[in-house]
Ligand binder design. Structure first.
Ligand SMILES: Nc1ncnc2c1ncn2[C@@H]1O[C@H](COP(=O)(O)OP(=O)(O)O)[C@@H](O)[C@H]1O
Ligand SMILES: CC(C)(COP(=O)(O)O)[C@@H](O)C(=O)NCCC(=O)O
Ligand SMILES: [Mn+2]
Length: 898
């Protein structure tokens, strides 16, 4: 990459202003030339995590492994794709779609992997491929729709991408795991219509396997729901058992679970979801379960139920703890009313029914928990349907009868336990030892978002997705309904008071299903080994409570038009790009609106998740790098002035240089296209002018200023650092004039450096794919960087025309680039690339740079090695909230381990 006109720009002197830089335009023209580094390997990726890139068969294993495994990653024949739970009311499908493409590994990655000795999947007995787990349901009465769906996606043949489908092989001997009564009842139909055999799995086995898997492998799966408040519960994997599993389907199964595969069905009741829906249908003429449930939200059960007060002349029966409004007898009032069914409001009937059945289930569950001394009761089955009132009612019954001893919990994948269990029963996919860090949940915009007639996974085809979005916008359909929530209840005498969560509108079925996303399986993700305590680690610094969410909702909404403009420009500004841009804006706004109503809808959601969701949405509408031309322009301008900066730095003594370097990092972190304040600034000058201005304002002490402590440790001659992981942030000046010179200083001290960069683009962040070329460019002017980059395998070819100024530099430690596994401006250290995890093992210093990675996330994170957190605060509210400070304050937080 050659520097353009910016090469005329003189050095940004550290003390004094001077010279012209490249005009820093705030507008992306979208017509810039190809990005600084090739993005071709990225183009087919979706999702914020890199897909598994196990191309080519290889023996994986270490010397310690007795049986090294041969992975045939591209061999998908024995990968099972579909499992079914065909119940009395609903058919549940869980299917796995393999990532369509296998990204080719670039040279850097291969050499890094070799160097880091990464053996992905070494301890598995079967290969695990990256892919996605989808959850879909159909009404059992509409079995044909389900068969059509399977057939259209060729799920029974391993999906349309599978070799068996492409080769046109007859699916004669295809066997699909299935559970539920329908596995028996409809076996012939499946054979006839799809030519597949259903292999029956025991329903209880499946329920338990599914539930255990969810508790173990999905981070925010279980939650409590009391008085309209949802709270996620993290169940310790080592302390999962025993628990009582209550599956409320058409009927109810009550199972005592003692371990994996260890359980006993201790009870059940025939009064379940089928009873509510069946009686409700007869009594109200509702056409769908949802209609019935929605009616209940406008009901008043006191017109139907006989209350304690009805019997006691309006008084409480306080002696036994029953208040006047406690239901004494469900439907009891109708005996004496002398009215016809038609004279009762269907709303009231539905509510009476719902309360009757939910209480009854809660009470029977409690009694069984009492019978076996269990404190945790997990409720599953589609009767629950994510419905606040139902959950509150059950929770209330459990709480009341157990006097607070037992706890009712619910599962986000409530209805899919059996289907998941059936899926897990395939022997060869090796998914059983997956952990939470292998699964990344995504909430793509698509049919299931608003439901209606279309069931199923996100619309795969982009055009389909866009036109769906357009139709949806035209119709002005309300995406979501408000979450029914009221003021906290007083439970009076502790009797069966009405739970508080009873709103007017029911969130549509499929948007309730939206609470369940697509699970992206990325087996190459790991927990960062230098986290002090992964169990207590919380990436998000600030809790997104309602107020906080409101603020970020506004920030992100305000930023949207500008982002769309950049995104559209990055794709050439064509009509197609504009259409996608619109669709993206609507999709992202819809997600924001949904979260505004129920911040916990998608599991525990922090700012990091919100910022990642935005990047995800962009990728969903095939915007792979919205800031591509801005990044390129800033890289070029910064590279042009780098040699002069290095010269300036080299003229300083060690201590002054270290300070100048840290100052430089903080100052250059101002180039952040995610911050409104900064973007406004960019209109006022060139990159170099802004950089210079930013440096000039570097007044110490900074808002957090541990520089002296860091300097002391860094320059400790008897105990030098050995290996530094340096996590970089933004492209342009940030990385070129800030982080690279700092990395160079480490190399000069003989410290091995691993530059850690994003796997996928996020705002103007530099990616691991782009970084080597920038390093190579910088290395043309710097022998230290060049030798280290060569030693690290970053620069493979001998480069012509380099200034060899490093003849006297004894640098032989390597400089490497590794990807972090993220496609977001923040980083969650519970899920990083295996490459980073491997690189981290012998590191004794971690540097985190930028607001996203060092402030929004990880400000309070503790590591097993020394940590230096560097960032400029580019948001006034955050500065006030975190540091009682101001926008543009700088943070230099050093946390030595000893
Ligand atoms: N769209 C729906 N159609 C029918 N029933 C539904 C629907 N959504 C939730 N339900 C409730 O879920 C129950 C079925 O739950 P599920 O766990 O699928 O059990 P089963 O395996 O017996 O079909 C129904 O009896 C009904 O109460
Ligand atoms: C998205 C960011 C975290 C990126 O910051 P960085 O990590 O690049 O320093 C940051 O730009 C941000 O929080 N922006 C939104 C707030 C605002 O516009 O003020
Ligand atoms: Mn950034």
């Amino acid at each position: 990459m050659a520097a353009n006109n910016s090469s005329e720009a003189p050095i940004p002197p550290l003390e004094e202003a001077g010279g012209e830089g490249v005009k820093h335009e705030a507008e992306a023209d979208g017509k810039g030339k190809a990005p600084a580094a090739s993005t071709t390997t990225m183009l087919h990726r979706s999702g914020s995590r890199p897909q598994l890139d196990l191309s080519g068969a290889a023996i994986h294993g270490t010397l310690e492994d007795r049986n090294p495994t041969i992975l045939l990653p591209n061999q998908s024949d024995d990968i099972s794709h579909l499992a079914l739970d065909i119940g009395g009311s609903l058919i549940k499908l869980v299917y796995f779609s393999r990532h369509a493409d296998q990204s080719t590994e670039d040279k850097r990655k291969l050499s890094t992997k070799k160097r880091l000795e990464i053996f992905t999947g070494a301890r598995r007995s079967y290969p695990v491929l990256g892919g996605r787990l989808h959850f879909v349901k159909f009404e059992t009465g509409k079995l044909n729709e389900c068969l059509d769906f399977i057939s259209s996606k060729q799920l029974h043949r391993g999906g349309v991408d599978s070799p068996s489908w492409r080769s046109g092989a007859q699916p004669d001997n295809i066997v699909i795991k299935a559970t539920g009564g329908g596995a028996y009842k409809y076996a012939d139909l499946f054979k006839e219509r799809l030519g597949v055999s259903l292999e029956k799995e025991d329903e209880m086995d499946c329920l338990v396997a599914g539930s255990n898997f969810l508790l173990k492998a999905i981070r925010h799966e279980a939650f409590t729901h009391m008085d309209g408040q949802k709270e996620y519960v993290q169940i310790d994997q080592n302390d999962m058992f025993p628990y009582l599993l209550v599956n409320v389907g058409s009927g109810v199964s009550i199972i005592k679970v003692d371990g994996h595969g260890k359980f006993q069905r201790v009870s059940g009741t025939n009064v379940g979801g089928g009873t509510y829906w069946g009686l409700g249908r007869l009594m109200t003429e509702c056409k769908s379960f949802d209609e019935l449930l929605e009616l209940s939200q406008r009901g008043d059960n006191s017109t139907i139920d006989m209350l304690v007060g009805d019997i006691y002349g309006g008084l409480d029966y306080s002696k036994i703890g029953l208040s006047a409004s406690t239901i004494a007898s469900s439907f009891g009032k109708t005996i004496s009313d002398n009215k016809e069914l038609s004279e009762y409001r269907p709303e009231d009937i539905s509510l009476s029914l719902l309360r009757m059945i939910s209480y009854n289930i809660g009470q029977i569950s409690y009694l069984n928990a009492l019978r076996y001394g269990l404190k945790r009761i997990l409720f599953g089955g589609f009767f629950i349907r994510g419905h606040a009132y139902t959950m509150d009612t059950i929770s209330f019954a459990v709480h009341f009868w157990s006097k607070g001893e037992a706890k009712a919990m619910f599962l986000r994948h409530e209805g899919f336990l059996g289907a998941l269990g059936a899926f897990m029963s395939y022997e060869k996919h090796g998914l059983d030892d997956l952990s939470a860090h292998h699964l990344v949940e995504r909430f793509p915009m698509g049919a299931p978002y608003v439901g209606g007639k279309i069931h199923g996974p996100p619309l795969g085809d982009l055009n389909e997705k866009i036109s769906w979005m357009e139709k949806f916008v035209q119709k002005g359909t309300q995406i979501t309904a408000p979450v029914p929530m009221g003021a906290p209840a007083t439970t009076g005498m502790g009797g069966f008071e009405r739970p508080t969560s009873k709103g007017d509108i029911l969130r549509s079925d499929a948007s309730a299903a939206l609470n369940v996303g697509v699970l992206h399986l990325v087996p190459s993700l790991d927990v960062f080994p230098l986290l002090e305590d992964p169990k207590t680690y919380e990436p998000n610094t600030i809790d997104l409570d309602h107020n906080e969410f409101k603020y970020w909702f506004t920030v992100l909404s305000d930023h949207l038009p500008d982002l769309v403009e950049k995104a559209v420009a990055s794709e050439g500004g064509t009509d197609d790009a504009k259409r996608r841009g619109d669709a993206f804006a609507h999709a992202f706004s819809a997600h924001l609106a949904r979260l505004m109503e129920e911040p916990a809808a998608y599991g525990k959601f922090g700012l990091a998740n919100l910022l990642e969701l935005r990047e995800e949405c962009l990728r969903e509408f095939q915007f792979f790098d919205a800031y591509v031309s801005i990044k390129q322009r800033e890289n070029e301008a910064s590279l042009a002035v780098l040699p002069d900066l290095l010269m300036e730095l080299d003229s300083m003594d060690e201590e002054a240089r270290l300070l100048a370097l840290i100052e430089g990092v903080l100052a250059a972190n101002i180039f952040d296209w995610g911050s409104k304040a900064c973007v406004d600034l960019y209109h006022q000058g060139t990159i170099i002018e802004i950089y210079r201005m930013s440096r000039k304002k570097m007044q110490r002490p900074w808002r957090i200023d541990d520089f002296d402590m860091f300097k002391k440790r860094m320059l400790k001659k008897d105990q030098p650092y050995k290996k530094a992981l340096i996590s970089v942030d933004n492209s342009g000046a940030d990385v070129v004039l800030g982080m690279l010179p700092l990395a160079r200083e480490f190399l000069r001290h003989g410290i091995e450096v691993v530059l850690v960069a994003n796997s996928l683009p996020a705002l103007n962040d530099i990616t691991a794919n782009e970084l080597p070329e920038i390093v190579a460019e910088a290395a043309k002017h710097c022998g230290i960087l060049r030798k280290a980059a060569e030693a690290g395998g970053l620069i493979v070819d001998a480069m012509a025309g380099i200034q060899d100024d490093a003849k006297d530099e004894p640098v032989s430690v390597p400089l490497m680039v590794v990807e972090n596994g993220c496609g977001s401006p923040c980083i969650d250290f519970r899920q990083v690339s295996s490459e980073l995890a491997a690189a981290a093992k012998d590191a004794d210093l971690l540097i985190l740079e930028g607001m996203g990675r060092a402030l929004h996330t990880n400000l309070n994170a503790r590591f097993k090695c020394d940590a230096l957190k560097l960032a400029m605060v580019k948001n006034q509210r955050l500065a006030e909230k975190l540091f009682n400070g101001n926008i543009y304050d700088c943070i230099c937080k050093f946390e030595p381990v000893s």
